[in-house]
Design a binder for this molecule. Structure first.
Ligand SMILES: [Zn+2]
Length: 101
C-alpha cells in the first residue's frame, strides 16, 4: 500500500522499497564534559533535514541526497535551480543561446 503521510511519494531510487529510510538530520545537542545528549531545552528539541540531507535505504544500503528518494522533490528542486540560473538568452534576438540549458 502506498504511503500517504510523511513518506508519500518516497521510494529508494535503487531498489524501490518504500517502508522506511535513514536520514542524517540536524539536531541541537547539549554538550558537557561527559559527552552529548539531544537537547531538551524548549525550542531546541526539533530536528531538521532537507533535500540535500544524506539519506540511506535500509533495504539495499543505497546512500544519496534525500531528494533522490522523492521523485517530485528532485524535479521541483531542478526546476527551482533552473529558474534561478542566469538566462542564457541573446539580448538582441531573445533566443536561447545554444549549448546551455
Ligand atoms: Zn534501496
Amino acid at each position: 500500500m502506498a504511503n500517504t503521510n510523511v513518506l508519500a511519494g518516497w521510494a529508494c531510487p535503487k531498489c524501490g522499497q518504500t517502508e522506511g529510510f535513514r536520514i542524517a538530520g540536524t539536531i541541537w545537542l547539549d554538550v558537557t564534559d561527559d559527552g552529548t545528549v539531544p537537547s531538551d531545552e524548549p525550542g531546541r528539541t526539533d530536528h531538521e533535514w532537507d533535500g540535500d540531507s544524506t539519506t540511506e535505504c535500509p533495504g539495499c544500503g543505497y546512500v544519496g541526497r534525500q531528494a533522490e528518494f522523492h521523485e517530485d522533490l528532485e524535479l521541483e528542486q531542478t526546476i527551482a535551480a533552473l529558474k534561478e540560473a542566469p538566462r542564457n538568452v541573446n539580448s538582441e534576438t531573445g533566443r536561447r543561446v545554444r549549448g546551455y540549458l
